[in-house]
Ligand binder design. Structure first.
Ligand SMILES: Cc1cc2nc3c(=O)[nH]c(=O)nc-3n(C[C@H](O)[C@H](O)[C@H](O)COP(=O)(O)OP(=O)(O)OC[C@H]3O[C@@H](n4cnc5c(N)ncnc54)[C@H](O)[C@@H]3O)c2cc1C
Length: 386
């Protein structure tokens, strides 16, 4: 018997898993998720820093977070599985007046959209929250107590397990190699496990999304960009509920990870490509920025063998691409998260399920995130990218 599914999702990372869960929650049970790796999480999801925040600069990203963060907070009640959500907050530290003005504009927008836990801080208050920070140049900051971190792997597994309990199927170790399109639109996908007839297909292939879209003849402006993370050895003495701390001048940021820290920095010299090897030279660069903001980080111990690299899936306006492809009826996109795919996975699942099942969503104006915006010059620009 040939395989059939009402809806096929290509990619079993956190996004494909959330889409599957939202579809089954809405009553659609004939959902097949196809993951080419032998286990979930080997794409970007397992490499993520797990940061979640509502402190964004555009309405659409703020709304995505306003839906997503309460889902992480109540994840266990909702799905039966843990999310590892820790509401330690994000502390943006400004050392330049223009950055403080920018935080203030974002703050006004976030509050207008209903974010309650965000506050502007003076320099003394910034130092009080993290006394180890170099403070002589700090002009202020912003803090949001409902921001924080999750365990991306747990969220992905939880979404998928709960979806399977409601009837979804997960194929692992099966690659999608083709998408067949007829006069009505998507007709089937070809896989290493044989063809699957389906009129609805979701491209949730993370950094590989453009390759998958091309199987249906669709060009996606999504490029892979290497991103490196450096964990440290235990470093005692920092506040118990240390937030994600962001030095806005350099982009260096860090958060607690066990009894040590996890450090990140966007290297402007990085170039697009499927590069996933960690470059040891990155350690010296990031430690320079670390010590500049927290002098006692001169004592940090780092084991290069524990550091890793993964891929961001970046779009020209640093916003996701979500929704139907006009030219290929039945093909839906859920990708291009530009570093925000973990934190926005709940909203993406909800929006994608709404668009597939109802054609619209009350979550946000779906046109903001559609693929057509690139051709029509309706780009949004998210500047609060880490
Ligand atoms: C170092 C790093 C730090 C990050 N930090 C954060 C953060 O703090 N907060 C945040 O929100 N986001 C963060 N991100 C981004 C986040 O990890 C991604 O946006 C998110 O994981 C994307 O999930 P996904 O399911 O779309 O992609 P993935 O997890 O990559 O899943 C896509 C899946 O598709 C599968 N696939 C691809 N092609 C095929 C095919 N042809 N057939 C079958 N399967 C296929 C792949 O095997 C993969 O498992 C970070 C990313 C990196 C690399």
């Amino acid at each position: 018997m040939p395989h059939t599914a009402e809806i096929v999702i290509i990619g079993g990372g956190i996004v494909g898993s959330s889409v599957a869960w939202h579809l089954t929650k809405a009553g659609c049970r004939d959902v097949l998720v196809i993951e080419r790796e032998s286990q979930q999480g080997l794409g970007s999801t397992g490499k993520s820093m797990g940061g979640v925040r509502a402190q964004f600069s555009t309405d659409v990203n703020i709304r995505m977070s306003l839906y997503s963060i309460p889902i992480f907070a109540a994840f266990e009640e909702i799905t039966g599985y843990p999310s590892g959500y820790k509401s330690h907050g994000y502390l943006f530290v400004a050392t330049q007046q223009r950055h403080l003005d920018y935080l203030r504009r974002n703050f006004d927008r976030q509050v207008a959209l209903g974010l309650q836990a965000v506050e502007m801080l003076g320099p003394e208050e910034v130092r009080r929250r993290v006394p180890q920070l170099r403070g002589d140049d700090v002009v202020g900051g912003s803090f949001c107590a409902s921001d924080g971190f999750v365990d991306p792997y747990s969220v992905m597994k939880g979404f998928m397990a709960a979806a399977v309990e409601r009837g979804a199927t997960l194929w692992r170790g099966v690659e999608v190699t083709g998408i067949d399109v007829d006069a009505r639109g998507v007709a089937s996908v070809r896989t290493s496990n044989g063809p699957v007839a389906s009129r609805t297909v979701v491209d949730a292939a993370g950094p590989w999304a453009a390759q998958v879209a091309l199987l249906a003849g669709v060009q996606l402006p999504v490029v892979p960009l290497r991103r490196m993370l450096v964990p440290t050895e235990p470093f005692p003495g920092l506040p118990d509920r240390l937030p994600m701390v962001i030095d806005m001048t350099t982009g260096f940021h860090f958060r607690p990870e066990g009894v040590g820290l996890l450090m990140a920095w966007n290297d402007p010299e990085e170039t697009p490509g499927f590069k996933t090897a960690f470059d040891p030279a990155f350690i010296e660069k990031i430690l320079t920025h670390a010590v500049a903001r927290v002098p006692s980080f001169a004592e940090l111990q780092v084991n290069p063998r524990r550091a890793w690299a993964g891929l961001y899936a970046v779009t020209p306006d640093h916003h996701a691409i979500i929704g139907p492809v006009r030219e290929v009826p039945g093909l839906y996109l859920a990708n291009g998260f530009s570093g925000h795919g973990v934190m926005h996975s709940p909203a993406t699942g909800r929006l994608t399920a709404d668009l597939i099942l109802r054609g619209s969503s009350s979550l946000l104006d779906a046109r903001d995130l559609d693929l057509a915006r690139f051709g029509e010059g309706r780009l949004l620009e998210e500047t609060a990218v880490l």
